[in-house]
Design a protein around this ligand. Structure first.
Ligand code: ZN
Length: 218
């Protein structure tokens, strides 16, 4: 199974419910929510209020990516708002295993991610405990950045780490994914794909954006 997860970072927030409904109708699998705190990354985006609004707009799983310092302070609020998945950055988690266990204890599926410059080995303590590994293919912070193809070997490296550990965790990628590069990312080992601009800013609309991504996959 291959997951398409539209990131609402590029949605029209005056029409958020309609745009999420359009994603669902077009066959999106998860809705990806990029939470940025203005500290861990310079941009400031959305919090539990928006997750709660998304929860009322769709039945799809809500894939919440926490680009925030001290993420553990927010787990309960996001879980209560209806988050399905909570993904943390290894750079923000001195006790990564404990953090992932805290997410699972709230009934959410734990995920872990890392910045482009952080080596894949930083994920090792998380692998037995995580349901998802997210490889960033841009520097986190803004939508509309160019996909960094030099991170493809890292996707392959994470895939081999998951296989070696017998893990069935999702291998997700986030950052500049488009119909032009999604196939090579899939071939590198990913099976879940976040995309913001290629879906919400597609000239023919959201459904065409999702269809173009699917058509480019194996
Ligand atoms: Zn994200």
């Amino acid at each position: 199974m291959t997951i398409i997860a539209p990131s609402i970072l590029s949605a029209d927030f005056t029409r958020l419910g309609e745009e999420i409904a359009a994603c669902e109708a077009a066959g999106a699998d998860w809705i990806h929510i990029d939470v940025m705190d203005g500290h861990f990354v310079p941009n400031l985006t959305m919090g539990p209020f928006i997750v709660e609004a998304c929860r009322r707009a769709t039945r799809l799983p809500l894939d919440v990516h926490l680009m925030v310092e001290r993420p553990e302070n927010l787990f309960e609020a996001f879980a209560r708002a209806g988050a399905t998945r909570l993904t943390v950055h290894v750079e923000t988690c001195p006790d990564l295993a404990g953090t992932l266990q805290a997410i699972a204890a709230l009934g959410c599926k734990p995920g872990v991610t890392l910045n482009p410059a952080t080596p894949a080995a930083a994920l090792l303590p998380a692998i037995p405990l995580t349901d998802l590994v997210l490889v960033m293919t841009v520097q986190p912070g803004y939508a509309g950045q160019t996909f960094m193809a030099d991170l493809l070997p890292k996707v392959g490296q994470v895939k081999r780490m998951l296989e070696a550990a017998g893990s069935s965790a999702w291998l997700e990628v986030d950052g500049g994914i488009s119909a032009a590069n999604i196939r090579q990312v899939q071939e590198a080992g990913a099976n879940a794909f976040v995309s913001a601009q290629a879906i919400f800013k597609h000239p023919q609309g959201i459904a065409a954006g999702i269809q173009a991504l699917r058509a480019a996959l194996l």
